[in-house]
Design a protein around this ligand. Structure first.
Ligand SMILES: Nc1ncnc2c1ncn2[C@@H]1O[C@H](COP(=O)(O)OP(=O)(O)OP(=O)(O)O)[C@@H](O)[C@H]1O
Ligand SMILES: [Mg+2]
Length: 371
């Protein structure tokens, strides 16, 4: 932390980075630019390459190919301890034989910072994570959330221009996690440092991030704000990984300006041209779908599909319905609280406007890599 409490973070540039273990590519030609001071989250399922990317940036793993710059300088080949990067892991054990205060002072001792300055900085860092009253405790005398806050203090105490965090809240219960998310957001705002954060939890990514990079099988599928990824997913995988979505598949027909799908004898159309490779599928967000009783005259869009309510969940602020369509697939609908409610087994019509559908290329692998 600088005296003003503000400092510029370091920009990061990964360019065509690959990491191979034998013939397996844990990272496959990844390029990512992270702005100075940005909060970037690496989001993806287990094994998709998030930790490997963080390790590459930190210098714990060397790249097999590609270039990496931190703060405008190439750090390829530079040992981790020379990179001046703060790191917090999911289970980053504090030194058990040292008090909280000595744990946090450790990076400063390593750097030869004098005692008075060291004490002042430790206090500032512990204040920032709201742990100043715990300086004399040992790690074993702290809860998991408190230990992670101390780990965070230790990672920021030496003013690194870049902080890397790998699922730091993964071991904590939901309530504590949600509270610490807000704390981490506040600390990011106060420090102005670049944060790179790893999670497989899409809600956590949406809460924290300026931008999110979605990883899948060693590649980055899309980078954007949470809104970009929700409103304009470029791939089926991204559409399904961020938020709920309904995927409509069928025999496709297209002309220059629209795309139609024939689904078990019914047709839906969208005023869009399929630009991607492979078969197009339509992706619809739950709030863009409406349910009506069959034969009702009301028009909720240009498209209708027949189905049966297979699940009805009351959410307080509204309801969530699952609808089994004729082709056996399931649609997810979120409807605001109204007088109208539907019961399981009821025959209904699913309605949507063609312009609310996103067209993405079908990718059967997107189904298998989500977990
Ligand atoms: N030292 C290694 N040797 C061989 N394969 C490795 C090694 N380290 C990682 N991998 C493989 O690389 C892939 C990416 O691993 P990584 O740890 O980056 O995944 P992740 O996205 O962090 O997953 P998780 O959410 O489970 O932590 C995995 O398939 C993993 O098995
Ligand atoms: Mg990991």
């Amino acid at each position: 932390m600088s005296e003003t409490g503000k400092q510029r973070g370091a920009a990061i540039d990964l360019s065509a980075v690959s990491k191979a273990y034998g013939s397996f590519r844990a990272l496959d030609d990844i390029s990512l630019h992270i702005e100075a001071g940005e909060f970037m989250t690496l989001l993806g399922p287990s094994g998709s390459g998030k930790t490997t990317t963080l390790n590459v940036i930190a210098g714990f793993t060397e790249v097999s190919a590609g270039s990496l710059q931190v703060g405008g300088r190439s750090v390829v080949g530079m040992p981790a301890h020379k990179r001046n990067i703060g790191v917090v892991f999911q289970h980053y054990a504090l030194f058990p034989h040292m008090t909280v205060g000595r744990n946090v002072a450790y990076p400063l001792s390593l750097r030869g910072v004098a005692k008075t300055e060291r004490e002042a900085r430790v206090k500032r860092a512990l204040d920032m994570v709201r742990m100043a009253d715990f300086a004399h405790r040992y790690p074993s005398e702290l809860s998991g959330g408190q230990q992670q806050r101390v780990a965070l203090a230790r990672a920021i105490v030496f003013d690194p221009p870049l902080l890397l965090m790998d699922e730091p809240l993964g071991a904590l219960d939901k309530k504590l996690r949600e509270w610490l998310q807000l704390e981490i957001k506040r600390i990011h705002r106060e420090l102005g440092t670049t944060f790179v954060y790893v999670t497989h939890d899409q809600e956590e990514a949406l809460v924290l991030s300026d931008r999110i990079a979605v990883f899948n099988r060693g590649k980055i599928e899309q980078v954007g704000t949470g809104r970009d990824l929700y409103d304009a997913p470029e791939t089926l995988f991204v559409g399904r990984f961020i938020g709920d979505s309904t995927v409509l598949r069928g025999q496709s027909r297209g002309d220059g300006s629209s795309t139609a799908l024939d689904i078990a004898g019914e047709t839906v159309t969208a005023p869009l041209k399929h630009a991607g490779r492979g078969q197009p599928v339509m992706l619809l967000r739950p709030e863009k779908l409406a349910i009506r009783r069959p034969g009702l005259g009301r028009n909720d869009g240009d498209n209708r599909l027949s189905g049966t309510i297979s699940e009805a969940i009351y959410l307080g602020s509204g309801s969530k319905y699952e609808i089994r369509l004729r082709d056996g697939s399931t649609a997810i609908v979120r409807s605001p609280l109204t007088d109208e409610s539907f019961t399981i087994g009821e025959a209904v019509e699913l309605c949507f406007r063609g312009e609310d559908a996103k067209l993405v290329a079908d990718d059967s692998a997107a189904d298998t890599t989500l977990t």
